[in-house]
Design a protein around this ligand. Sequence first.
Ligand code: CP
Length: 341
Amino acid sequence: MTLTTDFGPRDIYKQVERTGIKGRHLTFIDDLSREELTNLFLTAEMLEPFYRGRIPLLEGKVLCTQFFQPSTRTRFSHETAMYRLGGNVITESNPLVSSSAAKGESLYDALRVTAQYADVIVLRHPDDEVIKVIDALGDKCVPIISGGYGNVTHPTQGLLDMYTAYRAIGRPFTDMTVMIATPDLSRARSGQSFGLGLARMGAKIIYSGTTGLGTPKVIKDKLDGMKANYEEHFDLTIGQQEELIADKGIDFVYLPGCSVKKGDPGREEFLKKMQEYYFTLEGLQKIEKKTGRTVGISHSLPRNEGEFDFAIDESAHQLYFKAIGFSVALRMSLLANIVGV
Ligand code: CP
């Protein structure tokens, strides 16, 4: 064994320099290399002690949040992260009503203008086409972090789910098997981002969905381009999925949640399909008895009754509320690394 020369007390400034993603937009999680992801997570670990306190790495910097879709977790965790880093926030949570988008201003113009007020923007938008606007803006705009675009990408949620898996499982990603299960993979943007991040880090991914509602082509192309280690299963019953979890050595089951909002056509049909994805505490306990493994279960939240057994909340399997405990440190890492300290 040889000693490393890159050795010394942990230093947050050097750590951010090592990550090296200052000034970049974040649209897809695989925009980040394996090394960059590792460094983001190391930065998050260093920032964990400050997630309820203050470390003024971004004093004087401004975050602008623009959310064209509702949000609790993504918007608040980024805004909290910016305050904990000593920065300030300007926010627009209902742009179609109270910003000049209501007067027909294009998103391109709105972003180009707000880029002159803020040092970083977090944007949520219902349309995948927004990615073309971000690409067109390029370096004419401060970094734009996706808070979720259309059906295909929600990279900061994917990063949080990766960080939760990394902290909960305590093994390298190359030694993890994760199941992503929902009746509608075609609209599961948090699941797709988690999958791409896991693939980038070399984890094994098992998708479970419905025929005709599989992973979108843009994501499949990325997985294939990375030679990701993944399997797809369709139309399984809950019993078959439990068998798969036991037989394939799955460590973590991820439920990206219901993509069909209240009042939307097709919601009743979606909820009927959800019955085959209704993971129960009893089922997880049976798997534990059979394999000796405590399988973690997470959900992007918000959740609806009928999606899975809420008795899991108070068990060792529950990771969805535990993940929230990491969400501010993870977003502090992202903001510090993208803005630069
Ligand atoms: N998980 C997630 O994106 O939650 P919000 O919609 O509340 O931001």
